[in-house]
Design a protein around this ligand. Sequence first.
Ligand code: SF4
Length: 562
Amino acid sequence: MAVKVSRTAGFCMGVRRAMERTLAERRDVEGTLYTLGPLIHNPQVLEILKKNGVVPVGTDEVRCGSTVIVRAHGVAPEALEALKEKGALVINATCPKVGRIQGMAKKASGEGKAVIIVGDRDHAEVKGILGHARGAGLCVSSLEEAVALRLDRPAILLAQTTFNEEEYEAIAAAMVRRFPGIEVLHTVCDATSRRQEEARRMAADCDAMVVVGGKNSANTMRLARIIASLGKPVFAVEDETELPPEAGRFRRVGVTAGASTPNWLIHRVAERLTEMQATGVAGLLWKTLAFLVRSNLLTGLSALGLALLSLVWQGFAPAFALLSVPPLYLFAVHVLNSFSEARAQEINEPAQRLFMQRHRRWLMPLAWAALALACAIAFLASPWVGLLTLSATVLGLLYQVRLPVARLSLAAIPGSKDLFTAGAWAVFIGWVPALTAMRELSQRSLLVSGVVFAMMMVRALAHDMKDLQGDRMVGKETLPIYLGQGASRALGALLIAVAAGLGAWAVAGGRFAAAGPLVLVLPLHALLYLWLFQSRRVTGGIAFSAVVDGCCPVLAALALFI
Ligand code: SF4
């Protein structure tokens, strides 16, 4: 049983750019923000945008002073002029590739040539290009329509960017035969061709395919038609709730998506399919894993594993306080964080959100009890550790509160949650044993906390990258949103290098008491899960969390045998 997610599925560059532009404007502009027509062809995304005050309008509805965003498909020059005449502030988010085609159409019409566009004549992109052809353009949608044309002057032939490339090639070949002088321009977007090509390859490899995207998205429906034409069962769904039961009965299912489908929808469909495929013993195992991940118990187990490793590396004998304070405190922090992220969770991990709502009655008291217990055990073990745990708890409680001096909360600082959480892991795993046993920090405890801090930052970055598009929709300021994806990847690589460097230094100098080489597994493990995510072998949810948090308990068990 397997679910394979297409690497090219989801937002293309043009849609992503328009989306980012819109969400950036949303942050800066007060009041309602308008898009000229629906920003993208995806009802789920449009619904969230509407809740955030981003509303689609027609040119006639635009009022003076409104901010209006032109979507990736672009518009005809007359529409732009009309907006400006109405006194609207226009933000042009036309995809640069579409802009290039508009330029080609304009140039050709200026040279007295006819502009023939192969595409869907009702699509906004085609209407926009026709506008730029200034009366010299006409649209054909099929081979029959194309060969029936009569041309009385030189012409260029171009395609809507999301048209089926094979079909366009066939139409172009027929047109060249009929009108030998016609200039054929290759304007099917490479993102579209790659997606269609990968869908064909996956369909050949899988027993069935699922196409995720809006039913009104032409390129999504085209993908479904391409797969159906290969004779493979195909399910076109807008989200995971539309998956029919039979989709779970196939052994190998491929998942692809149109250019206007966000990653979080693709991931939700892939996760639901995995869940549907898991029956019998596999189903029971999946449910157990899902419970451990969604309740954050796996994170608590990961903290327990790291706490044990820390004791081994620092040369302390396992003791109740040393093995209970870090997991109790860190488990509580992660549960409370989960409850505070309702809006983002509803988009990124709705199953997790549902779990938190259903189990709030016992999960919330359990988290508070774990926090209180961590403080009590810490005070009994050492006043220093008690004070440390209490201070960390107070800082956590003040995290969302607006500080009177700065007039902002710590939560408003971009990436602060990642930094504070990674800091808490570093301090509790690295410092607690040394402070309890020796009342001071040692080189070993600083080394352990350095490695743990770097690894927990990478963990947080990986989760943030996974949730990037959903987080952006709710205005969350995570590090990848603030720094950008490139800088975040570079930061992740640097942190892995730092952890590997510290680990290698500790191992080479015999600075750990025992099981030193195991520290080198941590950066390797981070590289593994980042690769799994980048290559879309694991897209998120239960599987991703299990891979990320499952390593430390295994390493701790190994350390006990070394
Ligand atoms: S499909 Fe290509 S041309 Fe069309 S909006 Fe996306 S990136 Fe731009």
